[in-house]
Design a protein around this ligand. Sequence first.
Ligand code: ZN
Length: 478
Amino acid sequence: MTLRLWNSLDKKLVDLDPVIPGEVRMYNCGPTVYSDPHIGNFRSFLMGDLLRRVIDQRGFKTTHVVNITDVGHLTTDDVADASGEDKLEKEAREQGIDPFEIARKYEEVFHTNARQLNFRLAHEYPRATDHIPEMIEMIEKLIERGHAYEVEGVGVYFRVHSFEKYGCLSGNTLENLESGSRIAVDDRKESPHDFALWKIDEKHLMQWDSPWGRGFPGWHIECSAMSYKYLGGTFDIHTGGEDNVFPHHECEIAQSVGAGVGEFARIWMHARHLLVDGRKMAKSEGTFFTIKDLIERGFQGYEIRYSLISNHYRQPMNFTLEGLEGEAKAVSRLRVLREKLETVADEDFGRDQELLESLDSTRQAFDACIDDDLNLSGALGVLHERTRLLGRELPRGVAAGDALEFLRHCDEILGVLFVEEVVAEDTLSGEQQSWIDQREAARENREWDLADSLRDQLKEAGILVEDGPDGPTWTRIR
Ligand SMILES: [Zn+2]
């Protein structure tokens, strides 16, 4: 069987046929580390993780790179609109903290969330700010080849008219852009659609020397420079969210191909938007959730993971808390079955040939769904149907070890059955939070014994509770 993937570049399903036989090199556009990532960001990161797991399971050698954007990503994505502010810079000014501190803090949050959602570790997590020389080198190549030009005192721009294939990914060709736009012409640029590779800005809190003056790099050049460094000029798969298609990925193609380093990514994959309660996520409407928010509501990381992977990545997903509760129940049924199987797995009941064969055909059906452009909803359908039967067969204790093997195989992709709860340093599990709440209620009702026993219970779990004028505070003691 071959893994088939929808290539957003060619707009068709293609077989994964790696540039180097037996080896897959993949780049996932990672987080911009200026705030807690939301569940929409994680839906797209999870598509990268699923792909990684499938590629591993199919026996390829993998090189998996997830970048950390810690400079240059502006609050407005529009290349023609120069009013955008660096997201990190903005956050740093508002919080009155050094932007590097913001970057490291939210990079840590990203890694914590990724652990909670049981991500397989990528091989590299390059930071943009650690790769300024590589970006400068690529910009120099682009200038040399006529694809970029310097505007003195302003910076360096990519000359979009020099790149014939501009628009090949997004459909935003220059012809289409020019007919549809009424944007103010910036006379320092040759075309309003030229985008910045380097911005001279001596007031920017993060700045570096460059041949064109002190300043900072554009967001798009980082991914071209870092993917080249870690994966070479031609590699297999590049992923991101659908909001990355334009301008970010379109500009990456122009830069990497323009710099003459290779063909760039052969397959492009994009996860569709996530809506909450049928609407765009918005803090003002209460439809904005981070991973931390959901964990504080008592959900486990593997439940959130299950929810976010259970829809096909190319379908828009509508997230609701009720939906998540249902999905948590579905994954819990599978985990209960796993536990039951584990308790009888060591007993020798002999092997049931019929069961073995039927498990094998179910495994093939599961794999076929996965190989069909990561059809997770189909694969989960196959799994649930089979496990209902397994639940009935279980009392006979027949071939529990084989059934467990089957679940393990599926879970190499799903990552939700054989994983325990991961608790972040600064987050309580739902259960621990409920103990604190119960203790507060007990104190209000003057049930001191109950309150004390809950305090001991928390201490046992490594949480020290102290009562202050604003209510209880907690610290982790181990
Ligand atoms: Zn990127």
